[in-house]
Write a protein that binds this ligand. Structure first.
Ligand SMILES: [Zn+2]
Length: 428
C-alpha cells in the first residue's frame, strides 16, 4: 500500500503512515490535510506518531519522456511511494522553434536593419538545451519536494546503460553468460544492443541467441568483450570451434563487417548521457549520499525478483542497495509536467502578428488557472459537485474540467481550492 506522508507541527517530515491510520487521525481532528498530491497530512499536536527512522531512499530511473520515482525503505524493502513523472521536452522544443521562426520572419522583413553589436550567443560550459534542462529541473523539484515530506536519507539513480567495469572482468566463463551472474547478464545485454539482437552469421531475429567467441577459446581467443558476439543455436553448432576466418571464408564481406563491428569502441554503446551526468551533479548538491546504478543492474534486479517492467518499478530496482521489494498495492502517482505558463503579454497568430492580449493579473477572486478546485453548486442549472482543474475568467465565472466533462460558467463563490497550481497535473 502506498503510504501517507506525515508532517509534525513544525512541518518536519515523520515516518509515512498507513492510509487507515491517516484517516483515523483526520477523523479525530488530530491532523489536517497539508497537501493533496502527494497526499500529506500535518499533525495538530506533537508526538502522536513515532520519531522518523530515516532510512528511506529515493530511487530514480531518469528517462527521456518519463522518469520513474520510488521511495524505498532499505531495511524492510517496502516501497512507500511511487510516481511516474512525465516531462515536457517536446513542448519546449516546439515552442522555441516557433519563436525562432517568428523572429526570423520579422527580421527578414524590409525594415530598418541594424548590424549585430556584439556576440551575445556564447554558451557556457556544460550547456544543455532547455528541453533537457527542464527534465533535470523536474527531477530536482520532485526530489526536493519529497525530501520535505519524508525523512529521506539517500538517493539512488541510474547513470549508465552498461557497467563497463564489470564487463572487463575476464574471469567469466561460458555458462555465466547465460544470465547466471550479474556480470554475465550485463555482458549479454550489452552484446544484444551491440549486435542488433540478431544472429551475426545468418541474421535471424527473435530466437534465443548464444554468446559466441569470434576467435574460439580453444585456439587462444580471449574472453574480452571485443571477442564476443551472438549467434543462433544452429550457427553456433555449425561454427563449433572453427575460427571465424575459416567459417566465413566464402563470405569475405560479412567476415570484414563482423571483425570491424567487434573492434568498435565500447564507449560508443555506453553513450555518455549528458543529461544523466548533469542530474547526478544536481543530486550530489543535496549533500545526501548518491548511489549510481547501471541499466543492466536494474534489469538484473527486476528480473531476478520477477517484477514487471514499469518506470517506477525500474526506479525501485536501481542500484546495488536494492533489497527484496514489497510492492503490494502500490499505485503510482502520475505526474505530468505542464510548466508555469508563458511570460508573453501578447500572443501572436500563426504569422507572428499580435492578436490576443494576456491579462496582466493571473489571479481572479483568489483563483488561478490551473488550480484544482471543488465546486459545490447549490443553485441554477448546474446544481452538483465538481472537482477539477479550473480556468479562470475575469468575469468571475469559471470553467472547470471535471470528471463529468468541461463545466462552463461556474461562479467563483461556489469554488474552494483543493490544490494550488504548481506546474504539474496529477492522476493515478
Ligand atoms: Zn544464425
Amino acid at each position: 500500500m502506498s503510504k501517507v506522508f506525515v508532517l509534525d507541527t513544525k512541518k518536519r517530515p515523520l515516518d509515512p503512515i498507513h492510509s487507515a491510520q491517516a484517516r483515523q487521525l483526520l477523523r479525530n481532528k488530530k491532523a489536517a490535510i497539508f497537501r493533496r498530491f502527494p497526499f500529506t497530512i500535518i499533525l495538530k499536536e506533537s508526538s502522536v506518531v513515532d520519531a522518523p527512522v530515516s532510512n528511506i531512499r529515493i530511487k530514480l530511473d531518469p528517462g527521456a519522456k518519463i522518469t520513474g520515482i520510488s521511495l524505498v525503505n532499505d531495511s524492510t524493502g517496502e516501497v512507500i511511494f511511487a510516481a511516474e513523472l512525465k516531462h515536457r521536452g517536446f513542448t519546449i522544443r516546439d515552442a522555441l522553434n516557433s519563436r525562432r521562426q517568428l523572429r526570423r520572419g520579422r527580421r527578414n522583413r524590409k525594415t530598418r536593419y541594424r548590424k549585430p553589436r556584439f556576440l551575445n550567443r556564447t554558451r557556457p560550459d556544460g550547456w544543455l538545451s532547455p528541453s533537457l534542462m527542464s527534465r533535470i529541473h523536474n527531477v530536482e523539484t520532485w526530489v526536493n519536494r519529497l525530501r520535505k515530506l519524508a525523512p529521506i536519507a539517500a538517493i539512488s539513480t541510474e547513470l549508465v546503460k552498461f557497467d563497463m567495469q564489470l564487463m572487463h572482468n575476464p574471469e567469466i566463463e561460458g555458462k555465466e553468460y547465460q544470465q547466471g551472474t550479474l556480470a554475465g547478464y550485463e555482458t549479454r545485454e550489452y552484446l544484444l544492443e551491440k549486435w542488433n539482437r540478431q544472429c551475426v552469421y545468418c541474421g535471424v531475429k527473435n530466437v534465443p541467441l548464444q554468446v559466441e567467441h569470434i576467435h574460439p577459446r580453444s585456439k587462444g581467443g580471449s574472453n574480452s568483450i571485443t571477442n564476443l558476439t551472438l549467434s543462433c543455436e544452429k550457427c553456433n553448432i555449425k561454427k563449433a570451434t572453427k575460427d571465424i576466418k575459416e567459417f566465413l571464408k566464402k563470405d569475405s564481406a560479412k567476415l570484414q563487417k563482423i571483425l570491424a563491428q567487434a573492434k568498435k569502441p565500447l564507449a560508443n554503446a555506453a553513450a555518455v548521457n549528458a543529461t544523466r551526468y548533469k542530474l547526478l551533479e544536481v543530486l550530489k548538491s543535496t549533500s545526501l549520499p548518491v548511489e549510481c546504478g547501471s541499466g543492466g543492474l536494474t534489469k538484473f534486479n527486476r528480473t531476478s525478483q520477477q517484477l514487471t517492467k514499469t518506470h517506477w518499478i525500474d526506479a525501485a530496482c536501481v542500484g546495488k542497495s536494492t533489497p527484496t521489494l514489497n510492492i503490494k498495492g502500490i499505485k503510482p502517482l502520475l505526474i505530468t509536467s505542464n510548466g508555469h505558463g508563458t511570460r508573453q503579454l501578447c500572443r501572436t497568430d500563426k504569422f507572428g502578428f499580435p492578436n490576443r492580449y494576456v491579462p496582466r493579473f493571473k489571479f481572479v477572486n483568489g483563483f488561478q488557472t490551473g488550480d484544482i478546485v471543488k465546486a459545490i453548486v447549490t443553485n441554477g442549472k448546474k446544481i452538483g459537485e465538481y472537482i477539477g482543474r479550473v480556468a479562470v475568467r475575469s468575469t468571475g465565472s469559471f470553467n472547470i474540467s471535471a470528471k463529468q466533462g468541461l463545466i462552463q460558467g461556474i461562479n467563483h463563490k461556489y469554488c474552494s481550492t483543493i490544490h494550488r497550481k504548481d506546474g504539474y497535473s496529477y492522476g493515478f
